[in-house]
Design a protein around this ligand. Structure first.
Ligand code: LRY
Length: 238
């Protein structure tokens, strides 16, 4: 499949339904933040059963698209803007670059925050190119507004990251609030175990995206090392 061709929406939903998407976003500027490693992790994730991948940057979408031509790809661009807290695919050129690189799905921040370009305008660029719009949201209201503005896929991606301390658990309640809306619902954010992923499907998610627990080795390692260093570490089982 060339970079200009992507899969039809029905086919993508059929392939992702009930499945795992792996987000391959290494820790920024860490030792694994490298194009070759991203492509290798993408291949390894698919070999392990991932039905789709979430990749940051148009360059890496292009590389993964060439390496894995038939795998559904969600593309994002993360950038830090002055004057707006919105980070995920905030600009029209980000959307255009991801489309050009071969993303099947373009994920865009769908939160109700100050932003340089309206969600509806970014979403239109995606759908005019025949690709699918995913809204990364933090509340049910934002999910519904994003659907009205052109999203066919909604992800719980940003729940817990907008204000206050980041919770430990995933946001299952948000899935239950959105499960009957007219969208393909992706559970995303803080899923650390297969059991939690199954819990998300039971609460109405169509599929689940896992990132840090699988592809940020620093984060995954830290979970082990911290627990072992805790005062009671190592004593429970002799
Ligand atoms: C909040 C935010 O910016 N989330 C980002 C969105 O792409 C990524 O940093 C996350 O890794 C991704 O959503 C997967 O989540 P988790 O790594 O928790 O499995």
């Amino acid at each position: 499949m060339s970079r200009g061709q992507t899969m039809d929406p029905t086919g993508i939903f059929q392939r992702l339904k009930g499945q795992l998407i792996v987000s391959v976003q290494p820790v920024s500027d860490g030792p694994m933040d490298n194009d070759v490693i991203v492509v290798a992790m993408a291949r390894a994730a698919v070999a392990g059963g991932a039905a789709g991948l979430r990749i940051e940057s148009a360059r890496r979408i292009g590389l993964v698209r060439r390496a894995l031509p038939g795998v559904p790809l969600i593309g994002i661009v993360k950038r830090d803007l002055s004057g707006s807290p919105v980070r995920i695919t905030p600009l029209p050129e980000d959307v255009a670059d991801l489309i050009e690189a071969g993303a099947d799905i373009v994920a865009i921040d769908g939160t109700d925050r100050i932003r340089p370009h309206a969600f509806v305008d970014l979403a239109r660029i995606v759908s005019d190119a025949g690709r699918m719009v995913m809204a990364d949201i933090a509340s049910a209201g934002e999910g519904r507004a994003s659907i009205d503005a052109g999203a066919t896929i909604v992800g719980s991606t940003l729940s817990g990251y907008i204000r206050g301390p980041v919770p430990v658990e995933p946001d299952y309640t948000l899935l239950e609030e959105l499960r009957d809306e007219a969208c393909f619902l992706i559970a995303e954010g803080r899923y650390q175990s297969p059991e939690q992923c199954r819990g998300a499907l039971q609460r109405g998610a169509d599929c689940v995206t896992v990132g840090s627990a699988l592809t940020r080795l620093e984060v995954a390692t830290h979970r082990f090392s911290e627990l072992m260093r805790a005062p009671s570490g190592g004593t429970d089982h002799g």
